[in-house]
Ligand binder design. Structure first.
Ligand SMILES: Cc1cc2nc3c(=O)[nH]c(=O)nc-3n(C[C@H](O)[C@H](O)[C@H](O)COP(=O)(O)OP(=O)(O)OC[C@H]3O[C@@H](n4cnc5c(N)ncnc54)[C@H](O)[C@@H]3O)c2cc1C
Ligand SMILES: *[C@@H]1O[C@H](CO)[C@@H](O)[C@H](O)[C@H]1NC(C)=O
Ligand SMILES: *[C@@H]1O[C@H](CO)[C@@H](O)[C@H](O)[C@H]1NC(C)=O
Length: 493
């Protein structure tokens, strides 16, 4: 059976009957439920966490989601001439089962994002067969098939106390080496040539993470999976998953910036002291505070992305963890590309490439150039060939100058720019990775991003943190960091 068929079978067994634990909980357990949970960040991680926390803790707990900007976070769209286009996270892999589960559960429709890939070296465009190399696909599948064990673990209620424990649970020591070796090192050791890495692997990693093959191997594998077929996106924009998750879970959205999380003590009924968290936030009506039993931080604790101080904790919790996020500019251009710049005169008529990756070439102003479709495809839509005026999307390190655009386009009607601190700079990966557990009932979901950054991984972390929060609240240590889960669960089947 192919990986895909097998995985869908796993989905059937584990994905569809997602029963909330509270449905099975005893009365005494119900009495001990937390009253209020805060989630900081309304991206796919935070809103996914709201969904899974509701599933674990039941209908009575109050869940507040704080969002300083726009719900969706790095899932965002730009409106051009009446159509929306993705500017951040845009494609979803066919084996991203949590994302698939969400759109099914929420009744959102989706569309395929057909990929026809090419590589540009600054002079000419090649439809490099290497991108479809079956050896590379097998290599990625080997990692993906281990990664997919997470669905079975999570459906059986198991959770992990750190990113390292989670990775170890999926693939043992060999999986851990994927986060302390570079993609290039691992692929060279596995027998791929330097030429193949320069010509095929680097263009893919530049496209997906704006970095060359010196990024860590696990995140590298995620970038290579971008070349797989069957990618999809949500009609109307991927960020709709986030807003729909909020209303589905009846979480309250608080439009405010959290500035401080403090540890406070209160006397409990039994006479001993118990702790709770005070969240200070600034919204339209100035600074306010609220208290919570559990807090989930679903925003990157890094310079320029969040600025939360943690007060009263010992040992202290830093506002910013080691490592930094990578600058990236998304530029949407509606215009007619100069096909001779890309060196493709002869194919002009039916040239309908989707993504053009680039080799590591100093002279090039951009990492990738993609022909993009609107988030809602009009009836009878067909992606226009490159010779027609249409919307293109660039990823680049620096904003594109008018002079650079003039080189690439014959003419254009408009330019829209969005600057991101997009994802971690993986060549500076910290060891150890940031923790999931910041304090007793205070969790850091976005720590996962140092393993790799994509929507699905944020959701994997969301479910892990929800399970972890539940088990730790109820002292169920047997569901945390269990060894040999893979063999254990196979025997249970
Ligand atoms: C250009 C680009 C392209 C990408 N392409 C893909 C792709 O094709 N496929 C894919 O799967 N992934 C892709 N990704 C990655 C994907 O978008 C992210 O991994 C994912 O969206 C992260 O979600 P998150 O919820 O963890 O974080 P975020 O989306 O960053 O959410 C964090 C939220 O927290 C809020 N926040 C921060 N601080 C505070 C505070 N103090 N108080 C209140 N709120 C706060 C922020 O405003 C933000 O909304 C891409 C990312 C970028 C930037
Ligand atoms: C990489 O991680 C593995 C597993 O944790 C460890 O044994 C090895 O020493 C690490 N190597 C480096 C170079 O850090
Ligand atoms: C298109 O690009 C080619 C090659 O870079 C250049 O010679 C030509 O002048 C460009 N055409 C236009 C209309 O800009």
């Amino acid at each position: 059976m192919s990986l895909r068929n097998r995985s869908f079978r796993v989905l059937l067994i584990f994905g569809i009957c997602q029963v909330g634990r509270w449905g099975l909980a005893s009365a005494s357990e119900m009495e001990e439920q937390p009253e209020k949970i805060a989630i900081i960040g309304g991206g796919i991680g935070g809103t996914g966490a709201a969904y899974f926390l509701r599933q674990e803790f039941g209908p009575s707990v109050k869940i507040d989601v704080f969002e300083a900007g726009t719900v969706g976070g790095r899932l965002a769209t730009e409106n051009i001439r009446g159509h929306d286009y993705e500017t951040g996270g845009s494609i979803i892999h066919p084996l991203n089962l949590h994302m698939k589960h969400f759109v099914d559960k929420l009744g959102l429709s989706t569309h395929d994002v057909p990929t026809k890939l090419a590589i540009f070296d600054g002079k000419k465009l090649t439809f490099d067969e290497g991108l479809k190399s079956s050896r590379m696909q097998k290599w990625v599948e080997g990692i993906l098939s281990k990664f997919m064990r997470i669905y079975q673990y999570q459906q059986s209620g198991y959770s992990f106390s750190s990113v390292e424990q989670l990775l170890h649970g999926l693939g043992g020591d060999s999986f851990l080496t994927l986060i302390n070796q570079t993609l290039e090192e691992v692929m060279l050791a596995d027998g791929f040539s330097q030429v193949f890495i320069n010509n095929v692997v680097t263009p893919l990693s530049r496209f997906a993470f704006g970095q060359t093959a010196d990024l860590t191997a696990l995140v590298g594998a995620v970038s290579l999976a971008c070349a797989d077929s069957g990618q999809w996106a949500v009609d109307g924009g991927n960020k709709r998953v986030c807003s729909e998750l909020l209303s589905h879970t009846k979480a309250e959205l608080i439009q405010a910036r959290v500035t401080d999380i403090s540890l406070k003590m209160k006397p409990s009924k039994s006479g001993t002291e118990s702790s709770f968290y005070e969240v200070i936030y600034v919204g339209d009506s100035g600074p306010t505070h609220s208290i919570y039993d559990i807090v989930i931080v679903a925003a990157a604790l890094h310079e320029g992305l969040s600025d939360i101080s943690f007060s009263g904790f010992s040992p202290p919790i830093p506002s910013h963890f080691p490592g930094h996020y990578h600058h990236l500019v998304t530029t949407l251009v509606m215009g007619q590309v100069n096909t001779s710049y890309l060196g493709i005169d002869q194919y002009l008529a039916d040239f309908d490439v989707s993504d053009i990756f680039t080799t590591d070439n100093e002279a090039l102003a951009f990492n990738s150039l993609s022909s993009v479709d609107p988030t809602r495809l009009p009836p009878g839509y067909r992606r226009p060939p490159a010779s027609e005026s249409k919307v293109w999307k660039f990823f680049s390190q620096e904003p594109l100058s008018e002079e650079q655009l003039r080189e690439i386009f014959v003419s254009w009607e408009g330019v829209w720019e969005k600057r991101w601190l997009a994802y971690p700079s993986y060549s500076s990966s910290p060891h150890p990775m940031p923790p999931f557990i910041l304090h007793d009932r205070l969790y850091y979901l976005t720590a996962i991003e140092w393993a790799a950054s994509c929507m699905e991984l944020s959701v994997v972390a969301a479910r892990n943190v929800a399970l972890l929060a539940y088990h730790r609240y109820h002292d169920q240590t047997d569901k945390i960091d269990r060894e040999d889960l893979h063999t254990r669960l196979r025997e249970e089947l």
